[in-house]
Design a protein around this ligand. Structure first.
Ligand SMILES: [Mg+2]
Length: 452
């Protein structure tokens, strides 16, 4: 139960669980605002199809995930069932993980729309879990346009139960707002847990719940009445051990952090939306600097650059390009980012701009150690300068090829061609039709003749 007068420390609420609301269905609504307010589900529409995700409007009619689509359609005849688009969900999932990562690198994703985080490494930063949870929730809403529930607790069991508790719920066909953030106070854990149905416990699906019901075990408090050995005879030793622990509020599972870095990026939601190519370009330049510095800090080079643009109407566009070589400097990242942006219609106001790098190589794995015109003091030595200029030449050629490739794939719409590549950090003014990237080309056009 929440105790509003008290704000727990990291040691009192070390584990955080965040779960996006109606994730797939919400992404479909974001991508197609005409679906707003309608009962929408993602799933198989065929006779044997099953609902994977349902909007709250659909849930008001009793539509639930894992429900056969035929049954869902009967419960809600106006239900719009859409096929899943996992590439889109992955884009949002990555952004979601990026927001969590800004809070702490100690997180464990569970599927695309859930994450556990261990806040203990933030102890010395004097982070307050309730505030951190509220900020996380606000950022996910502002930057992704998605709602979520955040739970805090002593362990994974309570954190996950708490996030569920924080969510909106359907009562008598009406939607009751959730608190958004919920903390299970250790002093009240027992009374809070006892009244939950066993079905609420992790791993207890319909089959296990039915077996437990046969034993007269409906509520978590009922579990305390049976010993683990008896339980094991019915549900197996592993489940019995887990249930016995859960019934006491214990959960020994750690947050398992995947230290393999998969993506690095910078997203920004603008207080005042950007309008016009120049403003977006300027923001991209800043983003490129942030991403490049992060890459160098982590000693990685990235082969894939992605840009995400979200407009004021919350529709969004993402583009990405994988190169044959890895890059880690702002000039190259910005150049690829700009080439990607050229295929995006920027006549509408831009609410969010994201720039991401992924497809990492260790620096030593990068076949072509390229340089794109960034000077550093240590490179100033004479021998270094010669190597650098050769590297820069090769690098700039490879980069131009990569930009040409982006244009072949995506075409271009609204950006001009000025100062696309900087040499020595200086903008190079170029003339349409004459500059090194070749003239403007159509989407699928092949070769571009370059000026020498
Ligand atoms: Mg969810």
């Amino acid at each position: 139960m929440n105790s509003p007068s008290k704000s727990p420390t990291v040691d009192e609420a070390p584990i955080l669980h965040v779960d996006l609301d109606a994730f797939f269905a919400s992404v479909e609504v974001l991508d197609n605002p005409a679906l707003q307010g309608k009962p929408v589900a993602v799933g198989g529409a065929g006779e044997r199809g099953v609902i994977a995700s349902a909007s709250y409007e659909a849930r008001r009619y009793g539509v639930r995930s894992a429900m056969p689509s035929v049954v869902a359609k009967r419960a809600c005849p106006s239900l719009i069932i859409l096929p899943g688009r996992f590439d889109r969900y992955e884009v949002y999932s990555r952004q979601f993980h990026d927001v969590v990562r800004d809070l702490t690198p100690d997180y464990e994703p569970l599927g695309l729309d859930e994450v556990f985080a261990d806040l203990r490494s933030l102890r010395r930063l004097d982070v307050r879990p309730l505030e951190a949870a509220a900020t996380l929730r606000r950022r996910i809403n502002d930057e992704l346009g998605l709602l979520c529930g955040v739970g805090l607790g002593r362990n994974k069991l309570f954190a996950k139960l708490a996030s569920k508790e924080s969510k909106p719920r359907v009562v008598d066909r009406g939607l009751v707002e959730g608190s958004g953030v919920f903390w299970v106070n250790p002093e009240q854990e027992a009374e809070w847990l006892d009244v939950l149905p066993v079905r609420a416990l992790w791993g207890v699906g319909p089959a296990t719940a039915a077996k437990l019901a046969q034993l007269g075990l409906t509520w978590v408090r009922d579990l305390a009445r049976v010993d683990e050995a008896t339980l094991a005879q019915h549900v197996g030793p592993a489940m019995a051990a887990a249930l016995a622990a859960y019934a006491k509020g214990d959960d020994y599972r750690e947050v398992v952090v995947d230290r393999a870095l998969k993506s690095l990026g910078h997203d920004q939601t603008f207080a005042r939306s950007l309008s016009g190519v120049d403003e977006v370009r300027e923001a991209l330049r800043v983003h490129a600097g942030v991403v490049a510095r992060a890459l160098r800090e982590k000693d990685r080079v990235a082969r894939t650059v992605s840009v995400i643009v979200r407009f004021d109407d919350l529709s969004s566009v993402s583009r990405s390009q994988t190169l044959s070589f890895g890059i880690d400097d702002e000039v190259a990242i910005e150049a690829i980012g700009e080439a990607l942006l050229q295929s995006v219609d920027l006549s509408r106001s831009v609410r969010l701009l994201g720039l991401h790098a992924s497809g990492f190589l260790e620096r030593s794995e990068n076949q072509m150690q390229l340089s794109f015109g960034i000077e550093t003091a240590s490179r100033d030595a004479k021998a270094g300068a010669i190597a650098l200029s050769r590297g820069r030449q090769v690098g700039n050629e490879a980069l131009r090829d990569a930009i040409d490739e982006v244009r072949r794939r995506f075409g271009r719409t609204s950006l001009g061609t000025a100062s696309e590549l900087r040499e020595d950090g200086v903008a190079v003014a170029t003339q349409r039709g004459r500059h090194a990237f070749g003239p403007e080309i159509d989407g699928d056009e092949g070769d571009v003749t370059r000026e020498p």
